[in-house]
Write a protein that binds this ligand. Structure first.
Ligand code: CMP
Length: 140
């Protein structure tokens, strides 16, 4: 089915100047960018976005990392977009990420792991709405 998913290019990948290379992977694999913005997240925004991880031991480090520089946030649309984006990203820990995936090629550690992608269709809807009003998402 045609789906939408939320993608974030994290501060490490923005600093490496690989936004375009990552967008190219989306586009070459049938995912369209239907909303996009660069943003310096506030601590409150990062904590709210990752609220499901609040009790995890890595929560504070995750939030500090996500506010360490601007991120590129986009909504991707395509057939099976949620799983397709996760396949393109590879495993959360770049040490486990399959060759040719975004994390294998651009990530340095489980914290600085280049990209975020929604893990389910349900969370995708929540995460898209967290960053984009419906009028800023362009069906195409
Ligand atoms: P992300 O998909 O953005 O969702 C939560 C993030 O927490 C994850 O990517 C990782 O960058 C980070 N993280 C750090 N340590 C862990 C861990 N042990 N398990 C899962 N995620 C972790």
């Amino acid at each position: 089915a045609l789906e939408r998913t939320l993608s974030i290019i994290k501060p490490d990948a923005v600093a490496k100047n690989v936004i375009g290379e990552i967008y190219t992977r989306f586009e070459k694999n049938g995912l369209k960018v239907v909303a996009s913005k660069m943003k310096q997240l506030s601590k409150q925004e990062a904590e709210g976005f990752y609220a499901v991880h609040r009790e995890r031991p890595f929560f504070n480090a995750l939030v500090e990392f996500m506010i360490s520089g601007p991120v590129m946030i986009q909504v991707l649309e395509g057939e099976g977009a949620v799983l397709k984006n996760r396949d393109l990203m590879g495993a959360t820990n770049p040490k486990d990420a399959a060759p040719g995936t975004i994390r294998a090629d651009f990530a340095d550690s489980i914290d600085a792991n280049a990209v975020h992608g929604s893990d389910s269709l349900e969370n995708a809807a929540i995460e898209v709405a967290y960053f984009f009003p419906a009028t800023d998402v362009y069906a195409r």
